[in-house]
Design a protein around this ligand. Structure first.
Ligand code: SAH
Length: 259
């Protein structure tokens, strides 16, 4: 019987932020291939002592696939451990396609993506009534291009709350693009969270006018998430409107109106 491959989200760094399902998969795995750059090695201590463990950082796609496919064909329980959630900048589609071609079954176990770890570190809600009800997860183009229609200046026309992955090394360009959308201003608040949920986490806060300089001063060039939007003002200025959900005058399916 060939084994199954499980794509598991490791979460953002804190080893307690993996799901129970993901943890069980790791504990039962015979072969683990993990993304070394951002997966916390502490998670690998959960593997049993005969588990074979490989870091995928120095491997190319074919080498990763060879490991996954050979392991599954040998009947091993295989875990492909990705940082955050595997479905976001995880390059899992091509791996799943290759497993389909090799007729190997697989499942995906989701994880806590960096955005939610960063919001938790900041103690910041990302959607606030009267401020923003939309969250965009995006990036600037790097070696991987971004389709023109999704260029950051076009996304920035929506306003709302924007979380940027893989972009902290291009802060000047990021600020320029966000301002070019015509909705954000030099006063729009920005928070940058480096290694959210890790012991060496760093938070830098500012506005579009000074955040690039502050990030440079802090020496942050990678492994950071950038949050942009008016919601970030709430911690200083309070919420402009309370949510309808807990409003005593607002009845819904699970509660009658108090009025
Ligand atoms: N699948 C991952 C994202 C992988 S892309 C997820 O869902 O989180 C790698 C990028 O994610 C990094 O360059 C950084 O922008 C962001 N990232 C991942 N972990 C992070 C963390 N703990 N803190 C801040 N940013 C993080």
């Amino acid at each position: 019987m060939p084994g199954e491959v499980l794509f598991v989200g490791a979460g953002p760094g804190d080893p307690e932020l993996i799901t129970l399902k993901g943890l069980r998969a790791l504990q039962q795995a015979d072969l683990v291939v993990y993304a070394g750059s951002l997966v916390n090695p502490a998670l690998l201590e959960e593997c049993h002592k005969n588990c074979e463990i490989h870091d995928s950082a120095p491997l190319n796609l074919d080498q990763v696939l060879d490991l996954l496919i050979a392991g599954a064909k040998a009947g091993q329980k295989v875990v492909r451990l990705h940082t955050g959630d595997p479905g976001l900048y995880g390059a899992i589609q091509e791996q799943m396609e290759a497993l389909d071609a090799a007729e190997i079954s697989y499942r995906v176990i989701p994880g806590v993506t960096a955005t939610f770890a960063a919001a938790a570190s900041l103690k910041q809600e990302l959607t606030l009534p009267g401020v923003s009800q939309t969250l965009v997860l995006t990036r600037l183009a790097g070696r991987t291009p971004v389709p023109d229609s999704e260029a950051l200046r076009n996304i920035a026309r929506i306003g709302g709350t924007i979380c940027l992955y893989l972009s902290v090394g291009m802060m000047d360009k990021l600020v320029e693009e966000l301002l070019a959308g015509g909705v954000f201003t030099p006063q729009t608040p920005v928070a940058v969270v480096y290694r959210a949920s890790w012991p060496d986490e760093k938070v830098v806060e500012g506005t579009l006018s000074d955040i690039a300089e502050k990030v440079a001063e802090a020496g942050i060039t990678r492994q950071a998430l950038i949050l942009v939007g008016e919601v970030l003002k709430a911690r200083q200025q309070g919420v402009p409107e309370k949510s309808k959900l807990y409003d005593p005058g607002f009845a819904h399916g699970y509660r009658d109106s108090a009025k």
